[in-house]
Design a protein around this ligand. Structure first.
Ligand code: SF4
Length: 561
């Protein structure tokens, strides 16, 4: 049986080495831009075309031949033109030169599980957990101001922009932002506190800053401009004021999955990973060369980056696994007469779907019905604003818990195998974050449910001891079949299409695993890195109306009465 990598004759170790060693241009763009420019081709266009093709070659491991690189463009080249090889090779879609993956070197993946899997209140990692972390961060910074400055403070003010303003009301962004200001953190906040703010929006809370106490309420969180030249679609500012004077101001970005950044942000310094990787190909090569698994490589990296022991990493993963199981159980326990918050008046259906599926005559229907019910259960919990786990986001918080619950509670798979699955799933999520996005405001629903489904496929494949290539193929397949999926939550609430979409993401993950584990793995034609590039490109090209603005799609066609 041939190995897929063996089917790429022009790949060589030197090209992988250049990823790490060429610090001028680690994507290898410059060295691969030829000096001879074909006649009739504009120099700038030619260099840009060569650069994006080279970037694609480095990411995918498919080096382009000199003939390909110097071939004149097709007669009517448009920005969407497919660059084809004169030798009959597969077409390569040029990446937009504006994409981070093309223009920005990010080094190896340094994300760790405790940054990635976050427990927090639903319904959205970017619109609920992120804003709460942001205002909590600002509160911490404000407490460090000199006493004489704090003595002058009279008010705290939060301004929400872009998608945070467009759909924040349906996500409870103002409540989350206020909770952070009064010193509450996502992992420990009692969801009843947030429910209380919804039921009694006029409540006023004292915020202690040094010897000073400032009263804050929801009136201090302002839904500002939805459109503008923002650095990120989820931008917000937080200010400490003394009358009209600004004592402290910070511009923040909720960049997806509960991750936050701010103006002037630089990633924290971390220890180097034992196995530095930037692509799935590199990660899988480490696993295969060391005759081990993707999960074991990831564990070694977690330990070297964080300095934690294996037991400590496992303890954190167990905490996340247990929280996922708890969210499914809690969702399944809700009555079918329960109505989710908001104007849609959506009834819970997880328990009904589960009970009826169990009565089904056929085993396959029972399996699909149960998996869907588990995903509905966790996603409905997200809709209620209860605690969920970002895997990778709040909107997609039903997908992975469904598979984790199914493996542990139904199939009784060994916990260590599920832990390994969580690490392989994290690798998939990290790579999507590294090269594309986890934010629906940047990439639509493919970046949320699509990534969650890919992570889940890797989880299941790993839990069933699949070889590393099968793990990659399963993740690739799940992601591939979510490409292009838009985000258009009805009324700005993470309920329609989000809750059912989690069920579909879970079932697709299982389908991807079923196909990947039954096909001849080396014949799987598309690799994971290529699909992540497609995710990034599709995110870039997607009409902004379909990126968590509720300005199009279902959000416009569904009438609420
Ligand atoms: S449509 Fe998808 S991306 Fe958008 S809020 Fe719902 S789950 Fe999240």
């Amino acid at each position: 049986m041939s190995n897929r990598d063996d089917e790429r004759p022009d790949e060589n170790p030197a090209s992988t080495k250049s990823l790490h060693d060429d610090d001028r241009d680690p994507l290898g763009l410059s060295p691969q831009v030829p000096s001879d420019i074909p006649r009739g081709l504009d120099r700038r266009k030619f260099i840009m075309r060569s650069a994006v093709i080279s970037a694609a070659a480095v990411m995918t491991g498919c080096a382009r031949s000199e003939t390909e690189r110097t071939a004149p463009p097709p007669a009517a080249e448009s920005p969407q033109t497919v660059a084809t090889s004169g030798t009959g090779a597969a077409p390569v879609v040029p990446l937009s030169p504006d994409l981070d993956v093309v223009k920005k070197e990010k080094g190896p993946v340094l994300t760790t599980v405790d940054e990635f899997y976050k427990v927090g209140p639903g319904p959205s990692s970017s619109h609920t957990i992120g804003p709460m972390r942001i205002t909590y961060d600002f509160y911490q910074r404000a407490t460090k101001l000199p006493a004489d400055k704090l003595a002058k403070a009279t008010a705290l003010r939060v301004n929400l922009f872009g998608s945070l303003s467009a759909t924040g009301k349906g996500h409870g962004t103002e409540r989350a932002a206020l909770a952070g200001l009064v010193g509450k953190e996502p992992a420990t906040v009692d969801p009843k506190f947030l429910d209380g703010l919804r039921d009694k929006p006029d409540q006023v809370f004292p915020v202690k800053l040094g010897n000073k106490s400032i009263d804050v309420s929801l009136k201090d969180v302002i839904y500002d401009a939805t459109k503008g030249d923002f650095k990120h679609p989820n931008t917000m500012t937080v200010k400490l004021l003394a009358g009209d004077e600004v004592l402290l101001e910070q511009e923040y970005y909720s960049v997806g999955g509960g991750f936050i950044e701010w103006k002037g942000y630089t990633p924290p310094k971390k220890n180097p990973p034992k196995y530095p990787f930037k692509t799935m190909k590199e990660l899988r090569t480490y696993a295969d060369d060391n005759k081990t698994t993707i999960a074991k490589i990831m564990l070694a990296n977690e330990m070297s980056i964080t300095g934690r022991s294996e037991q400590e990493v496992n303890a954190f993963i167990d905490k996340i696994i247990n929280a996922m199981v708890a969210t499914v159980k809690s969702g399944l326990s809700m009555s079918e007469d329960d109505v989710l918050p908001g104007p849609i008046k959506l009834h819970s259906k997880a328990a009904t779907v589960y009970k009826r599926a169990m009565d089904d005559k056929y085993e396959a229907e029972r399996g699909i019905g149960a998996l869907s019910a588990f995903a509905l259960a966790a996603s409905e919990e997200n809709g209620r604003g209860h605690l969920v786990i970002t895997a990778p986001t709040g909107g997609s918080a039903g997908v992975m818990p469904s598979l984790v619950y199914g493996l542990l509670e139904v199939r009784k798979v060994d916990r260590q195998k599920v832990r390994d699955g969580m690490l392989a799933a994290a690798a998939v999520g990290y790579l999507c974050k590294h090269h594309a996005t986890l934010s629906a405001a940047e990439g639509g629903c493919q970046a949320e449910i699509g990534v969650a489904s890919a992570m889940s496929a890797a989880l299941v494949a790993t839990a069933y001891d699949a070889p590393s290539l099968v793990v990659e193929n399963a993740a690739e397949s799940a992601l591939e079949h979510h490409l292009g999926m838009t985000c258009d939550p009805v009324a700005g609430y993470v309920q329609v299409p989000c809750i059912e979409r989690c069920a579909f993401g879970a079932v697709k993950a299982w389908t991807a695993f079923a196909i990947a584990s039954n096909e001849i793995a080396s014949r799987h034609r598309v690799n994971f890195d290529e699909t992540v590039m497609a995710l990034a490109q599709t995110a870039k090209d997607m009409n902004s109306k379909y990126k968590e603005t509720s300005e199009a799609g279902l959000a416009q066609s569904v009438t609420l009465c």
